[in-house]
Design a protein. Structure first.
Ligand SMILES: [Zn+2]
Length: 148
């Protein structure tokens, strides 16, 4: 019976590190060291994955071939944030976009450097990287997308 269930209140300490993984690690290092987007290629399916994967999600082949993906893509979806991750109102709304890149399966989500009224789906944008020497192999090495 439900009233026989014991319970207690308390805090459960949890600490963890989320790693980028084998493919994600190289993806981030390519951005840091070479300022370029690299995906993995499945020759069997003729598909480039971006972000890269180490296995093809269609044929399950291990992927060892890397292909550079152009820095320019197209906005596929948009969302606008009015509060930060603590629920505090932002001084100005932040526009986030899912950008897909020609010839690649997948996409990247990041800020767009425009006010929300100027952003639309189908808009061509390019990646703006943090300047060389300031990059740290993190997704924040990409500063934002800007219109082409
Ligand atoms: Zn495949």
């Amino acid at each position: 019976m439900a009233d026989e269930v014991r319970r207690w209140r308390g805090d459960m300490e949890a600490y963890y590190i989320y790693t980028a993984g084998v493919a994600g690690d190289r993806f981030l290092r390519e951005i840091r060291d070479n300022g370029r987007l690299m995906g993995t290629y499945c020759p069997r399916c003729d598909v480039i994955y971006l972000p890269p994967r180490i296995y093809c999600e269609t044929c399950f082949s291990e992927l060892n071939e890397w292909e550079e993906v152009p820095n320019k893509g197209v906005i596929d979806a948009i969302t606008v944030a009015y509060v930060n991750d603590k629920g505090e109102r932002l001084p100005q709304p932040l526009v986030w976009a899912l950008v897909r890149f020609p010839g690649a399966r997948g996409g990247l989500v990041h800020f767009v450097s425009l006010p929300e009224e100027d952003v639309r789906e189908g808009m061509e944008v390019e990646v703006v990287y943090r300047r060389t020497g300031r990059r740290e192999a993190a997704i924040t090495d990409i500063l934002y997308f800007k219109p082409v």
